[in-house]
Design a binder for this molecule. Structure first.
Ligand code: 5GP
Length: 215
């Protein structure tokens, strides 16, 4: 018999250098599989052209961001290139309880906070095949000035120091393959004992009932 899938969803962090293609990957993953939910972060960054409040981010000012931190409304937050970013708590817990794998597309400091608070979370690091390809993608995206691109590349260098903290590296060479890889890793991760607490508890209780002669 197939093992019952863990009832709760898996808290899945997806990080990667700016320009690694995380956004595209996550959109495709969500549109192809209905057991995923994407957490929308709060940020003090200004919206880029085409970004909608509540869809890409909840865009707020510094004061409101700090107020949300003080109220305990974020499960993690970090500063990234002069702006604050954070993950609202309620959506994440509600979706995990509903059995959805919740994706947090966040940077490394946030990822480390999540792993510390939720050891059963899964941390994936997406990278392009090379640094040269990363720079090419950032430049061709055309959404940032050269100054910002340089900041982001330097930040990528710093982030590369922390890759070992992640559970898996996923190389984004081919979009379809990358999404398939993530889907497979998440499916497999559901079967690790730290993430199957409900299943283990159920089977233990059933076995106890057997030994007491109740079944
Ligand atoms: P961008 O400004 O390009 O949308 O995002 C910049 C960086 O912030 C990306 O690496 C993105 O993954 C990260 N980020 C987005 N939302 C959050 C969040 O809620 N928390 C943290 N720690 N990082 C975030």
């Amino acid at each position: 018999m197939m093992m019952k899938k863990n009832k709760k969803g898996l808290l899945t962090v997806i990080s990667g250098f700016s320009g690694a293609g995380k956004g595209t990957i996550v959109k495709k993953l969500i549109s192809e599989h209905n057991d995923y939910a994407l957490s929308v972060s709060m940020t003090t960054r200004k919206p880029r052209e085409g970004e909608v409040n509540g869809r890409e981010y909840f865009f707020v000012n510094h004061e409101d961001f700090e107020k949300t931190i003080a109220e305990g409304g974020l499960i993690e937050h970090a500063q990234y290139c002069d702006n604050y970013y954070g993950t609202p708590k309620d959506y994440v817990f509600n979706m995990l309880d509903a059995g959805k794998n919740v994706i947090l597309e966040i940077e490394i400091n946030g990822a480390l906070q999540i792993k510390k608070k939720f050891p059963e979370s899964l941390l994936l690091f997406i990278t392009p095949p090379s640094a040269e390809e990363l720079k090419r993608r950032l430049v061709s995206r055309g959404t940032e000035t050269m100054d910002v691109i340089e900041k982001r590349l330097s930040r990528a260098g710093e982030e590369s120091e922390g890759i070992e903290a992640y559970d898996y590296i996923v190389v984004n060479d081919d979009l379809d393959k990358c999404v398939e890889d993530i889907q497979r890793i998440v499916e497999d991760a559901h079967l690790s004992p730290v993430r199957c607490k409900d299943f283990i508890e159920d089977i233990r209780n059933e076995l106890k009932a057997f030994s007491k002669g109740e079944k």
